[in-house]
Every structure is written in C-alpha cells, then in structure tokens.
Design a protein around this ligand. Structure first.
Ligand code: ADP
Length: 495
C-alpha cells in the first residue's frame, strides 16, 4: 500500500499552519468553492488558534449536492456489488496507508489525544472493509405463500440519495460508519460534517475519490447554516434517507422535518450510560473498563460512562483506584505525543461541564479529583471524580461529555438496575461482575441498545451500534447497518 503524497502532514511544532487538504465543497465531480464567498474558520481546540478556513455551503450548494447524488444514483446502484466491494476495500487500504497523518489531523481539529485519534482511524477504516465484505452478501428471500399457490420473492434495493449528518466527536468514524454501508447498498450520499471538525471528512472524501468512488456518489458540504441547508435537502423529493448522529435535541427537529416527506431516518442520539460494578467484580478489570468507558476521547463520546453505580462492598476500593488512575493521566494538547487526555471541543463544552460539576457540588457532592478548569490557551478540563452525588443532580440526567466520573454507591442489585434505567436515554451500559450468569440476567434487564459485560468498549464495525428510548432509531455497523440503506422489494410471483 503506498501512502498518499498529495498531502503534507503538519510539520512538527507547526500546529497552526493550514496544510494541504481540500477545504471546499465536493459537489459531483469536483471540489468547488460554492456560491458563497464566506469561509468558516476551523479552530484547534488545544490552542484556540485558527487552523484554516473552509467553504461555507449555501442552500443552493446543498441542492446542487442533491442533484449530483441523484444523477449519480442509477449508475452506482447498477454497479456490480463485487465492483462496489473492491472500491470500498481500496478506501480501507488508502485510509490505513494514511493512518498516521489522518490521526494527526483528527487530533488537530478535535483536540483528542493521538492514541485516541489513532484508535479512531483504525475503527473508521474498518467500516470500509466490513461493508466491502457485506456488499456482496445482500441476500434476498424466496418463500412459498402459506396458501401454496404463489411465490414470495424479496429483494433488498438501495433506498436512494442519503443525507448523512455527523458530529465532531468522531469526525472519521461517524462519517465512514454511514458512508460505507450506504455505498455498499448502492446508495449515493451527501455528507454534512460538523463545522467544528470538517477537515477529516474532507480528507476522507478525497481518499474515497482516489480509491475510485465515482463522481457524484459522494458529496460533502460544510455550512454555517445547518438548519437551512439540511432543511432544504430534506424537503427535496430526490432525497430518500437521513442518517444523523448528534444530540437528541437536534434529532427531534430532524425527525419532524423527515415527517414532511415520510423519509426513512436513522438516529444515533445522546446517551447517559450507567456503569455498574458489583461486589464480586474483578477490581482491576472494572478499573480498566472504567478508564476506557470514561476516558476514551476524554469523555466526549455518546457511549461514555456518565453515571457510576458501585456496590457498597467494593465502593471504597473502586473509588480510590479510579481517583489514582484518572489523576495520573497527562492532560495536554491533542497533538503532543505524551498527552493522554486531550482538549474539549470548545468553550461551550467547558461551560457545560463546569455547570454540571457546580450543580452537583451545590447539592453536596465531594470533589475527589480535579474539578477546576485550568487557566491558559485551549479548552481543557482535568480528569475529575465526584462522590456523594445527590439523586437530583443534573449530572445524573445530562450527558456530561467530558472527563468527569460521578460515583454513587448502591446496596442491592435491584436498586442498581432501577437507577440504571431511570433515564430517557438508552444507548450503552456497562456491567462488571464475576458472576457471568448474573451479569447476563442484568444485561437483559437494562434498557439500552448495547451492554458491555465486563468490558469497557462496545464499538465494533461488526456489531449493531444504536440505542433504545430517546437514544435513537436504527442500528449502524454489522449487517443491520447496511439495511438502514435498503428497502425490501416484494415481487409476488406465480409460476
Ligand atoms: P453536538 O451536541 O454533538 O454538537 P449537534 O446535534 O448539535 O451535536 O450536531 C450534530 C450535527 O448536526 C452537526 O453536524 C451539526 O452541524 C448538525 N446540526 C445541528 N443543528 C442542525 C439542524 N437544525 N439541522 C441539521 N443539522 C443540524
């Protein structure tokens, strides 16, 4: 695999310089500045400095993306599945060949540590490989009707032009988790990345073009007018699908808009993951799991452990050890090789974390570690552990999206399950116990789309990722993720 040499990795120590990646709109076959003369500044959260500027797409640009995707649709849908698979494999190869500078790019625009960014690139690229393998296995069904006279034939056809809206916390993985299954299914796409982290998506789009994804099959638009541009696209009858990852609040708005055209919508929304540790758990394994579930991406993940419920017998030991491990993490700029806990995305994120910690403290919580925003450039918040949380504290019902671990003791398991389920969200949950039978029984009763049993990580391209309750609709990853982009065509046959 050869590395792309059309891109220069940012020079060591030069963390503000613009570097050679596309910054315009990808509409059809070419990168375009768009109608708008306005540019959007991309900020490095580790310094607060401006990295570069990107084209600011207008409603007209959005509709041009729709036209390009629509025009490219029939040819892509008719491309042999094997050919689509080969192109997706090339996307995977080229992403992996360019993994290191992509990781640096993610760290620069998102602020996350390099180990986190490297992990994300591998995970993101894997969606191309997984869906290359799925593209040639979109099997239909054939059955005999119960009356015996007819045959029931079912084919899975591409749903059509798909609008994909992604957040800033996993700028590579959220894009590939949507684009790869859509393309595998035979759909053409318009990607609308978050304006905080557009560069990674633009770089991946360029990689996809170089890997052979045909013009118009992938289009990318960044915009400072997300509601106007996305609203116009969602009301264009050529668009047939929305896949969104972001906040529950925006998800509700988009679902309402989808209703106007009865659009199929996949929604990966907010979480409020409980992390249960039972007395019989292996303490070291629970701590390792907690460090991943809480500190991966410095807590900026919808699957992040948001509420720790620890059984009384292990509570003291677990809390002391978590304080020790979180306290030892090196906080710093994402691009610094020694950093273990990177920057938050922006000042709003810091304000929200501060507000949630202050609210918990006001209600009597004890701050065992961290809890104070450091002075200086960049948006940093230290690893923080708080205990004695009053049940009414906002931090127990709100996604903190930062490196803060609130710990609450419990006595019996029924109480823990009740606490775990006392939320409108239901994305991920974590359970640690030495008794597998008990762990499975608890997992079945937890209202979440995903339960990690004695593990700190659920994400896997081969697994169905998604939530129940107000955490979302549909699944991404695995064969389930592909069928978010297909529709069943039933042909009633007599022969
Ligand atoms: P977060 O809280 O993670 O920033 P958001 O839900 O605000 O999540 O944003 C996720 C994505 O949704 C981003 O790409 C953002 O630009 C986009 N977005 C935000 N508001 C709207 C909207 N009204 N219509 C369409 N997209 C939106």
């Amino acid at each position: 695999m050869e590395a792309l040499n059309s891109y220069a990795a940012p020079a060591a120590g030069d963390h503000e310089a613009p570097f050679d990646i596309p910054t315009d709109l990808l509409i059809g076959k070419a990168w375009q500045e768009g109608d708008s003369r306005k540019r959007i500044e991309v900020v490095n959260p580790s310094t607060g400095g401006v990295l570069t500027t990107i084209a600011d797409g207008t409603i007209e640009d959005g509709l041009a993306c729709v036209a390009a995707a629509y025009d490219a649709g029939p040819a892509w849908a008719a491309t042999a599945p094997r050919k689509r698979a080969e192109i997706l494999v090339k996307c995977w190869e080229r992403m992996m060949a360019n993994a290191e500078w992509l990781a640096q790019l993610i760290s620069l625009e998102n602020g996350k540590s390099l180990p986190d960014a490297r992990g994300e690139v591998g995970y993101a690229a894997e969606f191309f490989r997984w869906y290359a393998e799925e593209a040639v296995r979109i099997n239909g069904e054939l059955s005999i009707s119960p009356a015996g006279a007819n045959r029931i034939m079912v084919q899975y056809q591409p749903i059509g032009v798909s609008l994909l809206i992604t957040p800033w916390n996993f700028p590579a993985a959220m894009a590939t988790r949507k684009m790869a299954p859509a393309l595998a299914a035979g759909c053409t796409v318009i990607l609308k990345p978050a304006t905080e982290t557009p560069l990674t998506a633009l770089a991946i789009a360029q990689i996809m073009l170089e890997a052979g994804v045909p013009a118009g099959a992938v289009n990318v638009i960044n915009t400072s007018n997300a509601s106007g541009v996305c609203g116009a696209m969602l009301h264009d009858s050529r668009v047939r699908k929305l896949s969104f990852t972001g906040s529950t609040e925006v998800g509700r708005i988009l679902l309402r808009q989808c209703a106007d055209q009865v659009l199929s919508a996949s929604m990966e929304l907010g979480g409020n993951a409980p992390f249960l540790v039972l007395d019989d758990a292996d303490l070291d394994a629970a701590i390792e799991g907690a460090m991943i579930a809480k500190m991966r991406n410095a807590g900026e993940a919808c699957t992040a452990a948001n509420r720790f419920y620890v059984q009384r017998g292990i509570y003291g030991a677990f809390t002391a050890k978590l304080v020790e491990r979180m306290g030892a993490l090196k906080v710093g700029p994402g691009y610094d090789a020694a950093t273990e806990c990177g920057a938050m995305i922006n000042q709003d994120a810091i304000d929200k974390i501060e507000m949630l910690v202050a609210d918990a403290e006001l209600r009597g919580a004890r701050v065992l570690l961290g809890g104070k925003t450091p002075h200086g450039n960049g948006y940093f918040y230290p690893p923080t552990v708080i205990a004695d949380i009053h049940p009414d504290s906002a931090i127990l019902s709100t996604e903190v999206f930062g490196p803060v671990a609130p710990i609450t003791p419990f006595d019996d398991v029924e109480e823990a399950i009740r606490l775990a389920n006392a939320t409108e969200f239901g994305l991920a949950a974590y359970v640690f116990t030495g008794d597998l039978k008990k762990g499975l029984a608890i997992s079945e009763r937890i209202e979440a789309g995903m339960v990690a049993l004695n593990r700190g990580l659920v994400s896997d391209a081969a697994a169905p990722f998604g939530g129940v309750k107000q955490s979302g609709l549909g699944r991404e990853g695995s064969h389930h993720g592909l069928h978010e982009y297909t529709e069943a065509k039933y042909i009633a046959v007599s022969w």
